[in-house]
Design a protein around this ligand. Structure first.
Ligand code: EPZ
Length: 417
């Protein structure tokens, strides 16, 4: 149980390097199991979810080494051992081991995945994809098992895009005989990163980033070296904090086009935005105006993961902002905590109407999920007085040293475990 303490009112100035992407490295680590090889990954963020995933790989007899932001996974000795449920149930991405195990061993078993409480998070699309490739699925209250002595290529169609289900389908299809075509695939950049990693492993994949992906099997390589893409949501979080606090902040090692829906919104709020090859610079006087309507959509639409932090940046903006959360039915729980700081928010089902207020006042609040917790930090940095955030290891799941980064920019913030 960690505690964040912050005193608002400081402007933010400086340059920060953004971490490797949590939502890219987690599927990539599962993918390292698909064939017996030695994988060296660079730009791996130091996060609880990454540590948890490395423990799962070790339970499967992989040899894992960590040296700062470099991780080496030797999956040649891997065996289909049972994995303790407490490792699997802590995060959503553990479900990706089902596709990776099935590809490697012809069978797999995972505990029901955990992860942020954002409303119902079914896995029906994951299971349908594995069944299309010949998997026999058995579901109990606690576990999901897949048996597929021979995976065969097929046409997987997703009626609605799912990042995780697209990733699970990719992992299993690498071991399938013949071609697999995925239509209705999610287009998030993290899927492109997974494709690039699987290609480095020897897979023949095309189309990631579009809604149609083709996989034609794999010619395994013994050694794989790969660098994880930047975390677009961590970058968005820092930019939203800078916009709300006011100042001049440059985020380095980002892919500007991965952030463009967020920077477009911040520009419309009155911020200055300058993009370089792998940088985004934001200037703000801290007096923002409403961006109007923000509707979360599958990529390339506005990312649901950035909704909470942009909403926090709108709390003192002039005018009324309408947030429509179309991806997760339970992703507005941070609004209740933000109201304790004096925010004017009216929530109706999946819509939040935020009316800008002149002042926010620090208070004791609780992080309800990863990005909602980050929203509390953004709001606390613009509130008068002290804000204390109780964090049941939620924020640290997804952000590497967020306290250090914000302090380096001039924020008065501390985090203690
Ligand atoms: C990934 O979650 C990300 N997590 C989430 O980030 C992100 O918000 C989400 O994609 C965006 O779509 C990781 O990559 C680890 P989905 P995922 O499957 O794969 C429904 C963060 O804060 N659905 O794309 O679980 C689902 O309920 C996290 O970093 C089904 O109905 O999301 C949701 O409404 C939070 N059946 C929609 O699809 C399924 O089988 C999109 O979910 C799967 C999903």
């Amino acid at each position: 149980m960690g505690i964040w303490k912050l005193h608002g009112g400081d402007r933010l100035y400086g340059e920060v390097t953004i971490q490797g992407a949590k939502n890219a490295v987690l599927p990539i680590l599962s993918a390292a199991l698909v064939t017996g090889c030695v994988t060296t990954l660079e730009n791996v963020p130091r996060l609880r979810d990454v540590e948890n995933t490395l423990r799962i790989l070790e339970c499967l007899d992989c040899r894992v080494e960590r040296d700062g932001n470099r991780v080496t996974v030797d999956s040649r000795p891997a065996r289909l051992n049972p994995v303790p449920p407490e490792l699997m149930t802590r995060m959503r991405s553990s479900v990706l081991f089902l596709g990776a195990m099935t590809a490697r061993f012809g069978a797999g078993c995972v505990s029901m995945p955990g992860g942020c409480m954002l409303g119902p998070r079914p896995v029906d699309l994951h299971l349908r994809a594995l069944e299309t490739l010949g998997g026999e699925i058995t579901v109990t209250d606690e576990t999901i098992a897949c048996r597929a002595p021979r995976l065969r290529g097929g046409h997987i169609h997703f009626p609605t895009p799912s990042v995780g289900a697209t990733e699970n389908a990719l992992l299993a299809a690498c071991a399938a005989a013949g071609e697999t075509v995925i239509t209705g695939a999610a287009r998030e950049p993290e899927i492109g990163d997974l494709q690039n990693f699987l290609r480095a492993m020897g897979a023949e994949i095309t189309g990631a980033g579009t809604d149609t992906v083709r996989i034609r099997g794999m010619t395994p390589r013994e050694e794989v070296t790969y660098s994880v893409m930047p975390d677009r949501i961590a970058g968005a979080t820092i930019l939203c904090a800078a916009a709300a606090c006011g100042g001049d902040v440059t985020v380095r090692q980002v892919v500007p086009e991965h952030l463009d829906t967020v920077t477009d919104a911040l520009f419309s709020m009155g911020c200055g935005i300058q993009t370089g090859r792998n940088t985004v610079r934001l200037t703000s006087d801290g007096c923002l105006r409403s961006p109007g309507v923000i509707e979360t959509r599958p990529y390339p639409g506005f990312p649901t993961d950035a909704q909470p932090v942009l909403l926090a940046a709108c709390l003192k903006a002039e005018g009324v902002t309408e947030f429509r959360e179309t991806i997760f039915s339970g992703r507005l729980r941070h609004t209740r905590e933000l109201m304790k700081l004096g925010a004017d928010i009216r929530v109706d089902d999946r819509t939040a109407l935020v009316t800008g207020v002149p002042v926010l006042t620090g208070a004791a609040v609780t992080a309800m999920d990863l990005r909602g917790g980050a929203a509390l930090i953004v709001a606390g940095l613009t509130a008068e007085g002290e804000t204390e955030i109780v964090d049941r290891d939620l924020i640290t799941r997804g952000y590497e040293h967020l306290d250090r980064i914000l302090r380096a920019l001039g924020a008065d913030i501390t985090y203690s475990d």
